[in-house]
Design a binder for this molecule. Structure first.
Ligand SMILES: Cc1cc2nc3c(=O)[nH]c(=O)nc-3n(C[C@H](O)[C@H](O)[C@H](O)COP(=O)(O)O)c2cc1C
Length: 251
């Protein structure tokens, strides 16, 4: 059996609706295979995540960012994960700032980290093939959820990963929903307990995202193992093979 690491990243600075939905997604991920699937959580809450300075020193420092804050811990978890599920509140019709800061710095610094894999002068990223999925909710209806999810899909593509959604018809490009005009942090959990349709659909969508992302990663993992001899001839697959090997040894 293969060990799989599912990382849930909460993009809200408070313990609230994003965290509630992330827990639902991770529960469903765990249920796919309670023995093989390990779920980890990371939240931006209480963390310091400064914006990228555009100094490009990470290109010279083997991918190390000159700013020392919570970024390094989040990056290490991200690198270790086979699946990353982002659960975010919609801010200004898009991603919340702390998460955007993380994604910007991650993207840039990984070019420096993996420069040795490519010929001199070539700026590229390895094929991580992590499965990435998003959950986005806001206080209002149609108020930026799809924009936030599109940012997550774009991030997945840029990082050479595999974006997935949930199931029809609750999740077109991820789980999206609203709190029905309630700004309270417990809005969704309360509405879910009351059997309100918006919350029930959103919980279903979040669970579908967690399950589908995990199932896809298990399929990918099996494919990587089956094709290992072919993939190891191409340096762009080395970080992926390394991740799979570590999981295989420690299982
Ligand atoms: C700075 C800020 C910007 C926001 N912008 C939006 C928005 O554009 N659309 C929306 O529906 N809700 C917006 N909201 C509301 C939150 O998305 C909403 O309250 C959400 O449920 C918070 O999730 P949380 O409990 O996980 O923090 C905003 C909230 C804040 C603090």
């Amino acid at each position: 059996m293969t060990r799989l690491t599912v990382l849930g990243i909460c993009g809200s600075p408070r313990p609230g609706n994003s965290e509630f939905l992330l827990d639902k997604a991770l529960d469903a991920a765990h249920e796919v295979d309670p023995v093989a699937v390990e779920c980890l959580r990371y939240t931006v809450r209480g963390k310091k995540m400064a914006p990228c300075l555009s100094c490009f020193r990470c290109g010279e420092l083997g991918g190390e960012c000159v700013i020392k804050d919570s970024f390094q811990e989040a990056r290490d978890l991200w690198l270790r994960a086979d699946v990353v599920i982002y659960s975010v509140p919609v801010y200004h019709m898009g991603l919340p700032g702390q998460l955007k800061c993380f994604i910007d710095r991650l993207g840039n610094s990984l070019f420096g980290r993996y420069r040795h894999l490519f010929p001199p002068g070539v700026d590229s990223l390895p094929r991580h093939l992590k499965v990435i999925a998003g959950i986005a909710q806001g206080v209002h209806l149609c108020s930026g959820q799809e924009h936030a999810l599109t940012d997550i899909v774009n991030h997945a593509l840029l990082m050479q990963c595999v974006p997935v959604t949930g199931d029809m018809w609750e999740s077109y490009i991820g789980a999206a929903g609203w709190t029905a005009n309630d700004i309270e942090r417990a809005a969704l959990s309360k509405q879910f307990e009351e059997g309100r349709q918006n919350a029930e659909l959103l919980v279903k969508a979040a669970r579908d995202v967690g399950r589908r992302a995990t199932e896809t990663a298990l399929v990918l993992r099996a494919g990587v193992l089956a094709r290992e001899s072919l993939l190891k001839t191409d340096p762009t697959y080395l970080p992926l093979l390394e991740r799979v090997r570590v999981a295989e040894v420690s299982r």
